[in-house]
Design a protein around this ligand. Sequence first.
Ligand SMILES: [Zn+2]
Ligand SMILES: [Zn+2]
Length: 632
Amino acid sequence: MICVTIGGETRQLEPGASIGQVLADPSAVAARVDGRLTDLTERLEHDAVVEPLTFDSDDGREVYWHSASHLMAQAVKQLYPEAKVTIGPAVPEGFYYDFDVERPFTEADLVKIEERMAELAKQRIPVVHKLLPRAEAVELFRSRGETYKLELIDGLPDETISVYEQGDFVDLCRGPHVTSTGKIKAVKLLSVAGAYWHADEKNRMLSRVYGIAFPSKELLQAYLDRMEEARRRDHRKLGPALDLFSFHEEAGAGLAFWHPKGATVRRLIRQYWEKEHLAAGYQLVLTPHIARAGLWETSGHFDYYAENMYLLEVENEQYVLKPMNCPGHMLIYRTKVHSYRDLPLRMSEWGTVYRRERSGVLHGMMRVRGFTQDDAHIFCTPEQVEDEVHGVVGLSVKMLRAFGFEQFKVDLSLRDPVRRDKYLGADEQWTLGEQSLVRALERVGLPYRRAEGEAVFYGPKIDIKLLDSLGREWQCPTCQFDFNEGKRFDLYYMGQDGRHHPVYLVHRTVLGGIERFMGILVEHYAGAFPVWLAPVQVRVLSVSDVEAGYAREVGRKLEAAGLRVEIDLKSDKISLKVSEAERQKIPFMFVVGGREAARGDVSVRRHGKGNLGAASLESALAQIQEENNVPG
Ligand SMILES: [Zn+2]
Ligand SMILES: [Zn+2]
């Protein structure tokens, strides 16, 4: 008998049963046995700890999607026998497979392949793992003309080669895989693109087919609906459509131009940000956009960040367009001798930085070459570290909630517990830093993931991801210790003992890049900003030219009440004017016709809710003010 622990429960078993038989869980797609990922067909011969993996786990999903890529390759080989298979991995959302075909696949091909995949899934073909002697594996793929597989085998050192077989299809693969094609319940092939073998443009161009698969039709439909909604909210479409921002080929890629409405939203974000930061004891500073190369040698950026920096030549001297705000703040700190009584010092700036990003990674406002960070650096004593970190985390969560984000995912990046030699800074600095981050998260009550070994070489950090209204994750706030830069700039404070002590330095940002945050907000709200943040809060629409004077008077009164107002006096039909205002996602529309003008009323319309009926101007104004909740 062997002793097998499954999900914490230990059982005595006859050796030789497969994991799948022992688990008897139809939702399991693979398993971990003593930590090792494996197929459910593997037989249990020894004592083991078995952890079933379903589609709901990251590992399980990867196995599932990779299995779907085999199914796709099988369908392709049946439909296009001359196609050569290459590789087909799972990706963060779905899978792809690269095929060498004379004619690249088209959308019409994808439909055919998808149908064949469904037929093969219905047949519930067993997926069988085989270990072949090297020569046999070479012969197998040679006889099938799979030259790419032969090349891959060439690169493997092993004497036995692992393959997976399902019916007439066999693939070179380490696995694991689901046990049957019948496990792949719902597939959608999403797109086709060109890709070079080994990502090298000297090689042949392959046809890459992307797809996604789910264990039920409902899950697939929910995914497709979410994708459709994301497309509808795409900030690259909504931004220009709502007259918020634009990009210009003439000016260069990755450089955003903020229009008056976008700039209004940005100003409102900034006003709220400054109010919160001044209240939290931050001081505002401003630093230049360029600085001599020497400053970046002192800071160390020339050592590890040079490829991201724009260099300028001024009077035979090298200058750098700043990629980071930190060195500027270090210089300001160093202009004085700071006593422990002056600390903590919280220096903040909406600092615009420029980074050389490859054109291939640029993406609307989300990834740009020039952007403004809501940056700050905190200089403090070891005794103050914990409260400062707590302050940063608390402020971050408070501010993000003001923008309607309620769910967060937190990563705590710590040292590698074994290889402690690869970090800069003293052991007690790291210990204090790590402990303060943990305590701050616990005081704020945020659950977090401990990422041992993921800290950068100069200090531990907290990263907070927010979940938007579509459940997508966006990394925004960061709180990063730095045991390197303070030393490089020789930053210290005078302690109570009258001696110099190295200052503790924390880099932190709440919103991250403002351009990116704007992109996130546009998609989160689908362009319909809450009243406090809307660039135009109310539009007054006249029904005919007769009411133009009254419409202007209403507009003046709304402006006098501090609202952001537009007046539409165009002689278009009112229905057209209303639908235009709806398209602009303006929260309130006040329609004024003859009856409203005679009574001193307006007819109130709320975006997304429709007509709310006539009201006196005073009570209509009160309706706006009731929703106009500037946070803080
Ligand atoms: Zn595989
Ligand atoms: Zn910094």
